[in-house]
Design a protein. Structure first.
Length: 167
């Protein structure tokens, strides 16, 4: 049996959790385990709305801080049409995250754990704050875990977004 690996933004997970539909999905055998992959939950309640928290899979503090500073500046500049994604690129978050994952034993262990759980049939949804359509580390992490699972000889089902998950 194989599981499904998906991703979602915090807002959609919170909305789903708080909806009346959540009561119905609680009885579903296809329910996903939601894992918050943020370093620090801050003042939000992301850990309330997720089943687990794996801070070791969050973006490292310094690159994330640079991203927030750049994005804040770009948001005040009307010439920048997409402040979030421009800040993501300019802060080199993709490179920084890959480097962090490559060198962190804790992150490697967490990735192996998620890959193993998917291999044994668990449906897992990676959750962070960034809205759908925004560049983010959860997209990178999903690809990293997909590669880890694909390196084995077993076949797995991968779903990139929630719309495809139900099909």
């Amino acid at each position: 049996m194989t599981g499904r690996l998906t991703e979602a933004c915090y807002a959609s997970v919170k909305e789903e959790y708080e909806s009346d539909q959540q009561l119905l999905t609680a009885y579903s055998t296809e329910q996903d385990t939601t894992i918050a992959i943020v370093r620090k939950p801050g003042n939000s309640s992301i850990v309330t709305y997720c089943d687990e928290h794996m801070p070791e899979l969050g973006m490292p503090r310094k690159p994330l801080q640079l991203f927030h500073e750049l994005r804040a500046g770009y948001r005040t500049n009307s010439a920048v049409s997409d402040p979030h994604n421009k800040a993501f690129t300019d802060a080199k978050l993709e490179k920084e995250y890959h480097e962090y994952i490559r060198t962190s034993g804790q992150a490697q262990k967490a990735i192996d754990e998620i890959a193993q759980r998917v291999r044994f049939g668990e449906n897992i949804r990676l959750v962070c704050y960034e809205e759908d359509g925004e560049r983010c580390h959860r997209h990178l992490l999903l690809n990293i875990i997909e590669e880890r699972i694909s390196s084995s000889e077993s076949k797995f089902v991968f779903v990139r977004d929630e719309r495809k998950a139900g099909q």
